[in-house]
Design a protein around this ligand. Sequence first.
Ligand SMILES: [Zn+2]
Ligand SMILES: [Zn+2]
Length: 390
Amino acid sequence: MSSRDFLEKDYYKTLGVPKDAKPDEIKKSYRKLARKYHPDANADGTDRAKAEERFKEISEAYDVLSDTTRRKEYDEARSLFGPGGAGRFRTPGGAGAPGGGQTFDFGDLFGGASGGGGLGDVLGGLFGQRAAGRPAAPRRGADIESSVTLPFEESVEGVTVPLRMTSEQPCPTCHGTGGRDGALPHTCPICQGTGQTSRNAGGFAFAEPCRECRGRGLVVDDPCPDCSGTGRAMGTRTLTVRIPAGVKDGQRIRLKGKGAPGERGGPNGDLYVTVAVAPHRLFGRTADNLTLTVPVTFAEAALGGEVKVPTLTGAPVTLRIPQGTSNGRTFRVKGKGVPRKDGTRGDLLVTVEVAVPAKLSSAARDAVEAFKAATAGEDPRLGLLDDKGV
Ligand SMILES: [Zn+2]
Ligand SMILES: [Zn+2]
């Protein structure tokens, strides 16, 4: 019986018992069926051949289900890989990690179930049968982390920056072979080129990188002195990276395929750039809006007027202040904020701050005194002290 049988045959159905059947129940059902289909009880012709076949199936099912250990193995195999279970672990076609993240991938564990080996090989690994050696699959390059600090304007409008970074790449001395003078490597004898060895724990095999070849799947007789036979070396590259408009302080941008080069035709890793944004002298930012504080005179606030305010990158705009504007009021200038992905922009939020002159000319002082006299009856603190009965 091969482990493949575990997936294809429903032993419970064969014995006509439920999946949670007790040992007694299994035994009883087996005896009943065995008596019925025993070849001696079906002495002649085509019936006998059919009964023989059925009797074999029943015996096989009973062999497994009556043995606690094997029944457990069978249940586990079917829940993982059998009908209704296999889909969860199907290996994605091609190389590379499925959709990022740490998906537990049985294809990786056993050298690629989609590579033609099929589930039989997967189970071969699970149940201690020797899986056939397979050359190591193309390997995706490593992801690289980098960071950049941008002036405020560039973070808003987007910018192309040169990024110097150190990453793993093919060793220039041996051209990536790992052998002295570029000698070609050969398949690792320990892992048969898979780059992984499996360790058994609790009846399950867990893959770990092969120690002999350090996961490469290849070994060299005479290692390249510069890379110690790994075929990889740290190197510095300068990449021109486009930082999209509207990037926020602390944001991490993924640049697909800009990471370390892949191996054996595998795709490149990704580059992650964490962006720091330097503060601006005038402008701030909340979400897609830019913020700006603009001083206005008391006269402008009281009488209303037009105030010219700067925008971050364009020409200044004229803001109409209505009469009776109080200190701290915020005005919205549409479309002068941060660019969004859909091509629209946030707004510029202008907050007015009434400026009080530190010094007054005598003419100004006279004017303010006249204003004071003219507004003598108005008390802005009316009601403030009422509760105290003053
Ligand atoms: Zn080398
Ligand atoms: Zn190895």
